[in-house]
Design a protein around this ligand. Structure first.
Ligand code: ATP
Ligand code: MG
Length: 386
């Protein structure tokens, strides 16, 4: 008998024609998250992913596996021979493992994947139920609303388990296309990225910095945020673009109160160019309605005017407090609040415009050599793989 972790995925995509791709992605993302903990084997048997590792490691692994999208349940299972005695023994072990079974009701649920197994599911369930009743004084059977269940899956071996930990649901990465996240060093954009990834969007990120006006550390912070996110988003590419020359040009040639709007439009155009080259179908931002001057409806529509791709804003309707709660949950909050200057805060005007006019924006942009500035920034762009 040996302990393993078993991972069950959402039915929805198990049946789809991209089934094998989903499994491969889920497996890769799970392996990435448990690599540091270490495991001995990983394999799939009839739609369930099994991981073999030392018993002490299993509890440490579960929270790391829970970060992967598309998972419904995670359980610690006992794998044993397909004979009645071994299965009975395993049932006892998983009930003892629970240590909350006293005075509770239970039910045995058998799933016979191997149809050559001599007993039918209901026969095996009632036999094991009887065995459990005989061995535990304070438990009772309740087939309708049991306090706990004992699951027995008959496959190439028998898998027996009782406790199930919930996965966080969502769709497997890549099942909803690819997007480019505008990742600043703040609280909102990692949360926005997490929310889109949960809906199955494969994400890479673009970060704009303005070294030497801002420290190298600000850029490093964005990379570290991407590392935290990659526990959920899998492998991630970060495009790091220096906007220093663009900020300088805006500052020298345009009214101060339009700086943020104009620089955001540069961000959008650069993001679009990179998206076209790399097949991103949408950009994702952490904008939230009314949070700051650049996030009024007027500002957002002027910013969005610079880009033809869809701009997705999953946190648009969340309060700051709700976004913070989410960022604590995903583990990015502590990193996000580290105090390093963002390019936007250095160049931020003291009186940013809240109702910018597209007519003026276009006029100011005539003073800038947009193509050249953008191409130079893209030429010097760094790519970091996480
Ligand atoms: P965040 O907490 O994500 O920084 P914020 O509340 O500070 O958001 P803004 O600074 O107005 O809001 O930025 C709005 C959005 O624009 C960000 O969520 C992000 O998607 C994008 N953005 C802003 N600055 C940058 C940057 N330096 N690099 C990449 N994206 C950026
Ligand atoms: Mg910001």
């Amino acid at each position: 008998m040996e302990w393993l972790i078993a991972i069950s995925f959402g039915e929805l995509f198990l049946k789809g024609k991209n089934r094998n791709t989903f499994f491969a992605t889920a497996r890769r993302n799970i392996e990435k998250n448990i690599r540091d903990i270490g495991y001995d084997d990983i394999y799939i048997e009839s739609s369930v992913l099994y991981i073999k590792a030392d018993y002490e490691k299993l509890d440490i692994m579960i929270p790391e596996i829970q970060k992967v999208f598309g998972i419904i349940y995670i359980s610690k299972v006992l794998k044993c021979e397909k004979n009645i005695d071994s299965i009975k023994e395993a049932c006892k072990c998983v009930i003892d493992e629970r240590n909350d079974y006293q005075n509770k009701t239970f039910k045995v649920v058998t799933k016979r994947v191997d149809k050559s197994f001599p007993l039918q599911s209901t026969q095996l369930s009632s036999m094991l139920g009887g065995y459990i009743l005989k061995n535990y004084e304070n438990v009772k059977v309740d087939v309708h609303k049991p306090d706990f269940k004992v699951f027995v899956d008959i496959k190439s071996k028998a898998y027996v388990y009782s406790k199930r930990y919930k996965g966080q649901g969502g769709l497997p990465l890549g099942s909803s296309g690819q997007g480019l996240l505008l990742l600043s060093g703040g609280i909102d954009s990692p949360v926005a990225g997490f929310m889109m990834a949960k809906r199955g969007m494969k994400l890479d990120a673009i970060h704009f910095h303005s070294y030497p006006f801002t420290s190298k550390r600000a850029h490093q912070k964005a990379i570290e945020l991407a590392e935290i996110m990659s526990k959920y988003t899998g492998d991630m590419r970060v495009y790091s673009v220096n906007l220093a020359d663009i900020y300088k040009a805006i500052n020298e040639n345009c009214p101060r109160n339009y700086t943020t709007i104009l620089s955001r439009r540069f961000m959008m155009r650069i993001a679009e160019k990179i998206s076209k080259e790399n097949n991103y179908q949408a950009v994702v931002t952490g904008e939230s309605l009314g949070q700051v001057a650049s996030q009024t409806l007027e500002s957002m529509s002027v910013i969005e005017d610079a880009i033809a791709l869809p701009v997705l804003r999953p946190v648009i309707a969340l309060d700051k407090a709700e976004i913070i709660e989410k960022s604590v949950e995903i583990g990015s909050y502590q990193k996000s609040i580290e105090p390093y200057d963002d390019c936007c805060s250095i160049f931020a005007p003291s009186n940013p415009i809240t109702k910018p006019r597209i007519k003026f924006v276009k006029l100011y942009e005539e003073n800038l050599n947009i193509e050249e500035l953008e191409n130079k920034a893209i030429e010097k762009m760094e790519i970091i793989n996480i």
